[in-house]
Design a protein around this ligand. Structure first.
Ligand SMILES: [Zn+2]
Ligand SMILES: [Zn+2]
Length: 144
C-alpha cells in the first residue's frame, strides 16, 4: 500500500479573506483566514445547517486537489492494467505510465470586487459575499 500526502496552503485575498462554500445550500462567502485556521467557522450564514470544516471548500479551491487525485488514480489504474496484460491473447493492453506530477502546493484566493461586506453585531465578525436579499446569520456565533 502506497500512501501519498500533500499539503495545500491557501493564501487569502488582499482583504485577508478566504472563500468558503456551504455544502448544504451552496452559499459562497469569505471569512478572514484566521477564522478558517482556528476552525471557528461554526455554521453557514445563509442556512441553519451545521457542516464539518472539510465540506467548506469552494469549487476553485477543490479543483487542484481533485486534479491531482485523478492523476494519482490514473497512475494506479495504468499499473494495474500492465500486470493484467501478460496473458491477454490477441488483445494487447499497453501500459502507459502516467506522468509524474508534482502535487499542488498553494492556492491563491483571487480578489472579487463584486463582493460586499457584512458585519455581525453579536461579535463583530465580518464576512464578504455576493449581494443577497436574505438575512444572514453570524457564522461564528450560535445567535442569529
Ligand atoms: Zn448553507
Ligand atoms: Zn457573532
Amino acid at each position: 500500500m502506497t500512501t501519498e500526502s500533500f499539503t495545500l496552503s491557501m493564501t487569502p485575498d488582499s482583504h485577508g479573506f478566504l472563500g468558503r462554500k456551504c455544502s448544504a445550500c451552496e452559499f459562497e462567502f469569505r471569512v478572514p483566514g484566521s477564522v478558517v485556521e482556528s476552525g471557528t467557522l461554526n455554521r453557514c450564514p445563509h442556512c441553519p445547517t451545521n457542516v464539518q470544516e472539510r465540506y467548506w471548500f469552494t469549487d476553485e479551491q477543490w479543483s487542484p486537489v481533485a486534479e491531482h487525485t485523478l492523476a494519482i488514480t490514473s497512475n494506479l489504474i495504468n499499473r494495474e492494467m500492465s500486470s493484467l496484460s501478460v496473458d491477454a491473447g490477441h488483445v494487447r493492453l499497453r501500459y502507459v505510465p502516467g506522468e509524474s506530477r508534482q502535487p499542488p502546493e498553494s492556492y491563491q484566493e483571487r480578489d472579487d470586487p463584486s463582493l460586499v461586506a457584512t458585519t455581525f453585531p453579536c461579535c463583530g465578525q465580518v464576512i464578504r459575499h455576493a449581494p443577497v436579499v436574505a438575512a444572514l446569520s453570524c457564522p461564528v456565533c450560535a445567535a442569529s
